[in-house]
Design a protein around this ligand. Sequence first.
Ligand code: BGC
Length: 808
Amino acid sequence: MDMDIKNTISSAVTGAATLVSSLAQAETDRSNVPKTVMPGMPEQVRAAAAEGAVLLKNDGILPLKKGTKVALLSRVAYDYFYVGYGSGGDVYRPYEVSLADGIRGCEDLELNETVAEAYREWREKNPINHGYWAHWPLRYKEMPLSETLVRNAAAESDVAIVTIGRAAGEDRDNELTKNSYYLHPEEKALLKSVTAEFNKVIVLMNIGGVMDFSELQQYSLNALMIVWQGGMESGNAVADLLCGKVSPSGRLADTIAVKYEDYPSSNNFGGKDFNHYTEDIYVGYRYFETFAKDKVLYPFGFGLSYSSFSIKCSAAKAKDNGFAFTVKVKNTGACDAKEAVQLYIEKPCGKLGNPSRELVAFAKTKTLAPGQTQQLTLYVDWYQLTSYDDCGDTGNAYAYVLEQGNYGFYLGNNVRDAESVYHYYQEETTVYEQLKQAAAPPQSFDILCAREEGGKRVEKIKNAYTQKFDLASRILGNLPPSYAQTGDVGIRLSGVKSGKATLEQFVAQLSLEELEAITRGDYEMDSALGAKGNAGAFCGVLPSLRDKGVPPLITTDGPSGIRLQVSCSLLPSGTLLACTFNTQLLEQLCTFLAQEMKEKGSDVLLAPGINIHRNPLCGRNFEYFSEDPYLTGKLAAAYVRGVQSAGASACPKHYACNSQEYKRTQCDSRVSERALRQIYLKGFEICVKEAKPKNLMTSYNKINGVWGHYHYDLCTTVLRGEWGYEGSVMTDWWMRSAKSPEFPCIRDQAYRVRAQVDVLMPGATRVHNNKPDGTLLASYIKKAPQGITLGEMQRSAMNVLRAALRIK
Ligand code: BGC
């Protein structure tokens, strides 16, 4: 989206004086709004925030002994990062618990108040400036420490905790600078003086995504834990972990590499016009475990506990639809704790080339007492053994194939240490599912692939396979039927719901004006049709539609809570939630969120954010889950099930490849069809098939030359044709104007509706504020069938109404 439009429109709506987004974090005046707490939510948020923390190092100092006096030496302990910036973090939370307040509230720990007071005085003179839209701070300035302060603090306390804080956000990526990805000189000075004076030092990472961890290895630390951005209960959750009320059970949802340049996307990130996804399917651990094990500091899935576990596979069986693994997990340590069990597959390298490890199942145990055992069953579907042949190398182009060879299964509590438990031999290559080529790149570029040489997988380069079919013929061959317009014959939407009439009969009543209105929102954010501060309304946006019983649907941002003018719970960030490896916990958290949506007036939560962590610098990584599509998809499905449990709708976003914020509305993500399907679409696929979201949002960027909001193959061929999606698809806020290359007589709204991107949100276009821009109907009738058809408009209207019928 064009940020200028968003900012201007938001400002106009609220009458704010500045031109920056009036709905941006910490800028909206909500001072007169009462702060209410949703009953039950604090406990849910606290438990989730603790469960996602990942303990990376512990020499035995943690958990801290009862009565430990703690000195918090860093301003972030007092000015905590609860979430990242932008639409995904801007929740008007009822309260926030900083790390200092969390420790104050913990009966087992004591806070060094002299140190806290020194920080209070300095912070008063050096307040935080949250900046403005796209200019958020990436870190906060630190207080310079005098030798006396640190020495006295060491004499008075048992342990020092240094907290390193980072944030990024929407429209602002992380930077490869000392302000962001690397430690800042102020932080290095802090670490140097604290480790010189204190015998015991713990470092906590209050961050939204992965940053450099190599520099930290130079300091003598007793413990290192990533606590991420935990939402409104952050401090309480961290205190629970420090004092041992909760044993850490978070596991890394991303690989931490030795250095930034080790990430396989590092040479092709941050482009203005395009990025070639040259690493192809070798994203994150798929790359490191196959080609570069020594470039990893902390592997995917890794995380320590205060206890220890044995994980044994007691049985593995091939079944009709896949494999079942019976796993026994025993707490062999001395305290209550949970374990995250992970099962990886090693497919044969085969003709297509495959990574050495892919996550195919995971499960979290309940809290196990010392000596207690839990039996779990992990299922792997045949589909998970397949690879997509996008080039015909197996002789089966455009099909998911099960290649001939050995399939190994590895079980453990991180990708590196998982041990071989089973293998299956596939005698010959078979086709699992024949599909059509879709969304392939128009031009070739170099991509990474694996080839087996001397029993090892080695890195090779090949050419990405290009699009071979004619999209115009595909579209024209798949035009939907139209229903002769009847005018209003008295059918109400409730009649469709009760089965008295069909959706087709209902839609046949709609005039062209109504069809146009149903395919765009109510023009503005903060629509007068819904709760104050909403992100926009769609569906019943005309009085004549409402007369027919069509409700307006009110959207609000997510994912870290509900973004409205009223106070709503602030949840932990997506990355933290992913590190829980706990779908049940996430689903339950989101059932509370569903209740809160109902109470506060949100029909559609614009969440979860499920783009893949392709590169650690993406500013919105905190909103998204992981570098792994399976983990992403499973968590997304849990999120959606929870949110939709009380009748409302989730809206997974941004479909697809929104991997960076820089130039997000113009940048082209160029990616092979195989990587698209196996990595970037996979999370959406799992989520759509398992949880049936009622809405879905496209991305701002282009995918292989076509903007997400015009992408016929992504939104029609794949999403609906292959995955059976029945809901409505909306644009991200505003869209880029363009003519269809296939049908030059259609542009903008017609081009979009033809792709089944059903709704333009929030509804206005740059030049035609608050009235239709005319592009939907401009080619209707006169230019059929190249122009937009009645059937296509009715089809989109039905998609939207189907979502509405399932929401209300
Ligand atoms: C963001 C979306 C968000 C929408 C509405 C856009 O700028 O990319 O994630 O849901 O605004 O606020």
